[in-house]
Write a protein that binds this ligand. Structure first.
Ligand code: PA5
Length: 419
């Protein structure tokens, strides 16, 4: 199994696991066999094998074409329509790759959009507009502004060849516009919700444009599916432990990682779990920290604050990169570390933090990944999707709807006078 989880057993006993075992087994079956609320959105479960191979090949072709004709791909989308792609590109895009993927349409900030337009000056660029509904305000507004810029730069006909639309197969404003303007289109499958869609064209086109091996990503997801289809697995045990901890009053989970390039992955994970579980007055609030940075800010709360948080450390076994601490005649405080690798020091900080937080009464889980590459990240994505689905069903909520997201929209549309 590529990803493993060690549960903090001082807070989750065998008896606790026994009590919840039948519920967990049933939840696992609802994910792999259907029959639960929201079952019409289980398309992601078989996706690693049942994806559209023709579209997948076209994604790779288009990504190649974009890289040949552009310096930048502006990927416009919000929530599930960008978080997965940004998580994967931040972790896996080769450091020496000059091509840039800019994520836009994820806010209504004029400053952010002006900054993006400034970064596009004097560069060749294309747009991938991603919206399942095709009506989400943030990406729609930003797309309108950037589309006009693209037309100013290239003229209407050439601009249309630089726009790629990822949306519903048959319906919606964006779908109709794409047909009318002859933009090349990719599909968000009907049976896959936004936050489970990173391994569809939603995530795959920007990820492939960033020069990342999407075959390996899908192979990793398929590997996870093979491992998790049997109900006795570490993902299911983790889902059980989360619910046991929730029952004991630990209603905040912090995902902690000692690798700053993991930060966007935390954001993807927070959306996945927050939108899936936070409903009907229930749910574990997902939160995240990047260490050692946050040890110097939120570390105090973790160590000593209200005991309502449990922590899941993401541990990457192989260092992504390394630097040796040089010898130096200066009498600073770190002479004893000369000759040591930075990854070694970071590992010791990790060990020290796990022990300190456990000793401080924080239930600690350790999620281990062998290394950061496309296969392992594909595996991890699928792994966490299964944990999330099983965990939500154990808690008795539908993992695949998000009724709460509509409330602010209703108010905003009323204030803006939308007809
Ligand atoms: O997970 C979800 O369903 C949401 O976060 C959506 O992805 C987000 O609201 C964007 O929706 P759309 O792709 O329809 O523009």
């Amino acid at each position: 199994m590529a990803v493993t989880v060690e549960i903090g057993r001082q807070f989750v006993s065998d008896e606790d696991l026994e009590v919840i075992a039948d519920k967990v087994k049933a939840a696992h079956q609802l994910i792999f066999n259907g029959g639960g609320p929201g079952e019409e959105f289980l398309g992601w479960v078989s996706l690693p094998e049942n994806y559209d191979k023709e579209e997948f090949a076209r994604i790779k072709d288009v990504a190649r074409r974009i890289r040949e004709t552009s310096d930048v791909l502006v990927s416009i989308g919000i929530g599930g329509s960008y978080l997965g792609a940004r998580a994967v590109t931040d972790l896996l895009q080769p450091d020496n790759d000059d091509f840039e993927v800019i994520f836009a349409g994820k806010s209504l900030s004029a400053r952010e959009l002006n900054d993006i337009m400034w970064r596009l000056e004097c560069r060749d660029w294309s747009i991938n507009i991603i919206s399942k509904s095709g009506t989400t305000t943030e990406p729609a507004v930003v797309f309108r502004v950037l589309r006009q810029k693209l037309i100013e730069k290239y003229g209407e006909e050439a601009a249309n060849k630089r726009i790629f639309a990822t949306t519903d197969r048959e319906h919606g404003t964006l779908h109709d516009l794409a047909v009318d303007r002859e933009w090349e289109m990719f599909v968000v499958p009907d049976d896959i919700g936004g936050r489970y869609s990173v391994l569809t064209a939603v995530g795959l086109l920007p990820i492939a444009a960033a020069g990342i091996d999407i075959d390996a990503l899908m192979a990793g997801a398929a590997g996870a599916r093979g491992d998790l289809i049997d109900e006795k697995n570490t993902a299911v045990q983790y889902a059980a432990a989360r619910n046991i901890l929730l029952g004991k009053g630990y209603d905040i989970e912090v995902m902690s990682c000692f690798e700053p390039s993991w930060a966007s992955f935390n954001e993807w994970w927070k959306q996945l779990f927050g939108e899936s579980e936070g409903k009907d007055g229930q749910g574990i609030m997902p939160n995240s920290m990047i260490f050692t940075t946050d040890l110097h800010s939120l570390g105090q709360y973790m160590q000593d604050g209200k005991r309502q948080i449990f922590e899941s450390f993401v541990v990457i076994a192989e260092p992504i990169s390394d630097i040796q601490i040089p010898e130096d005649s200066a009498e600073d405080d770190v002479g004893y570390l000369a000759g040591k690798n930075l990854s070694y020091i970071n590992d010791k900080a990790l060990e020290a933090t796990i022990k300190a937080h456990s000793d401080g009464g924080v239930p600690v889980n350790v999620v281990r990944i062998p290394r950061i590459d496309a296969y392992e990240i594909g595996y991890f994505i699928y792994f966490m999707e299964v944990v999330c689905g099983v965990s939500a069903y154990v808690a008795g909520v539908n993992p695949f709807n998000q009724p709460g997201v509509e409330a602010y929209k209703r108010n905003m549309f009323a204030l803006l006078g939308k007809v």
